[in-house]
Design a protein around this ligand. Structure first.
Ligand code: ATP
Ligand code: MG
Length: 414
């Protein structure tokens, strides 16, 4: 039989990959908690309308990338392509729109039908935070600062640059939209087919196109600056002033728009040059219209998501598991006694592995192979005397230790 393969664009997390992944999630969870974010877990599939309504009918995600299917009951279902829509849906379904602010951290798999390549998969994983309730620029700055702190804790902040922009308020965008339509309509012949559709339905979206030809046009497209209302400009100035207070370096990039429809005001990305074309590691913005889309009252929000695979690739390494203690029983009676010994070690938080088979030499080889720091050898003679031989595998020295004192003598230093 031909061996079964994973689906294209999916992968297994094993060994070092798994350790890196977990290091990212655990670090992010810990730092987000210091900023007051609590973890939520929402389902990985939702009614398709949760995403089609909120992400925007012309977004790439909705038009091309969603894993949607009809379930056995005939309901339209989609595997979540991102986390924010589900969190806002959960906020509304759980009646939490009256208990604001809500500060949410999440981590988990997302699904998009994309062309797989380095840093771009069909099942990938994100961490993210959402701060729902506050409309103040301080919330935007704090959310960005939390992302920055996580990158710093992962020791990859120096490899990234924060690029920020504003999409303004509704009024700013109306003027900007008109300017964009005028510009792109003049060059419609040079636009990709996708972007010609966007020109009709959502011209701002063209700015997010990855098409080469589109990108050349976009480079000379009008920027939102001159279309900002007084209050939208002040909001953006405040966000940047507060970022200075948080000590987060940034640079303005008027080309940054978010790929989804629900954003306004602040948009930002932490980008790196270390990953080739897939350079955005963490991206987000303010979404004041989204909760309302989910059937809740008008409720402001701001947040970001980061791709765990991309963050993992930037890591220098991940913490190794603690070196274990190998327990080596010799003979049947010893094996029975070894169970009590090894469970006592584990009960004290010591990583301990049983040597299953072979003579003493083979079992010692195996203990070395798994990187054990010590071997606890239990023979019939030792058992009769209530002791074990403890061999330090780094120094090679061996000593006898009473079973009563074993746990204390093998406790991890520190
Ligand atoms: P891109 O421009 O790279 O397609 P996006 O705008 O679609 O990204 P978001 O929806 O903002 O991405 O998702 C936030 C982050 O999630 C991205 O910055 C990236 O790190 C990660 N990400 C998005 N899509 C994928 C994917 N298919 N595979 C791996 N990581 C991804
Ligand atoms: Mg994308």
């Amino acid at each position: 039989m031909t061996p079964l393969q994973p689906i294209r664009g999916t992968g297994d997390l094993i060994g070092e990959d798994s350790r890196r992944h977990r290091h990212v999630v655990e670090t992010a969870r810990r730092i987000a908690a210091t900023y007051g974010f609590d973890e939520w877990a929402t389902p990985i599939f939702e009614s398709t309308s949760v995403f089609s309504r909120s992400l925007g009918e012309t977004s790439d995600v909705v038009t091309k990338e969603m894993y949607s299917f009809t379930d056995r009951g005939g309901d339209p279902i989609t595997l979540r392509p991102e986390g924010t829509a589900g969190v806002c849906r959960a906020l509304v379904s759980n009646g939490l729109t009256q208990s604001l602010p809500q500060k949410v951290f999440y981590a988990g798999p997302m699904f998009r039908y994309e062309r797989p390549q380095k840093g771009r998969y069909r099942q990938f994983h994100q961490i993210g935070i959402e701060l729902i309730g506050p409309a103040e620029p301080l919330a935007d700055a704090e959310v960005i600062a939390c992302g920055w702190s996580i990158l710093r804790a992962l020791d990859i902040a120096a490899d990234t640059v924060l690029e920020i922009n504003t999409l303004g308020d509704r009024e700013s965008r109306a003027g900007y939209r008109a300017a964009l339509v005028a510009y792109f309509a003049d060059h419609a012949g040079m636009l990709s087919a996708d972007s010609r559709v966007r020109l009709e339905r959502n011209p701002l979206r063209i700015l997010d196109s990855k098409d080469e030809g589109d990108r050349r046009l976009i480079a000379h497209a009008p920027v939102i600056g001159e279309h900002l209302t007084e209050s939208a400009r002040r909001f953006y100035d405040d966000v940047r002033r507060l970022l200075d207070r948080f000590g987060v370096p940034y640079r303005d990039n008027p080309r940054i728009v978010r790929g989804l429809d629900y954003y306004d005001h602040t948009a930002f990305e932490f980008v790196t040059t270390a990953l080739g074309a897939q350079g955005t590691v963490l991206a987000g913005g303010r979404y004041n219209g989204l909760v309302e889309e989910m059937g809740g009252p008008p409720t402001p929000g701001v947040g970001w998501a980061a791709g765990i695979e991309r963050l993992s690739m930037l890591l220098a390494g991940a913490p190794e598991p603690a070196a274990p203690v190998a327990v080596i029983p010799l003979g049947e009676a010893a094996e029975s006694e070894a169970i009590a010994v090894i469970e006592a070690l584990r009960g004290a938080g010591i990583r301990a592995e049983m040597a299953y088979r072979g003579n003493l030499k083979r079992r010692m080889e195996r203990a070395n192979k798994i990187g054990a720091r010590a071997a606890v050898i239990l023979g019939e003679d030792e058992l009769a005397r209530g002791v074990a031989q403890v061999k330090d595998l780094a120094s090679g020295s061996q000593r006898e230790c009473s079973l009563d004192a074993l746990v204390a003598s093998l406790a991890e230093p520190g």
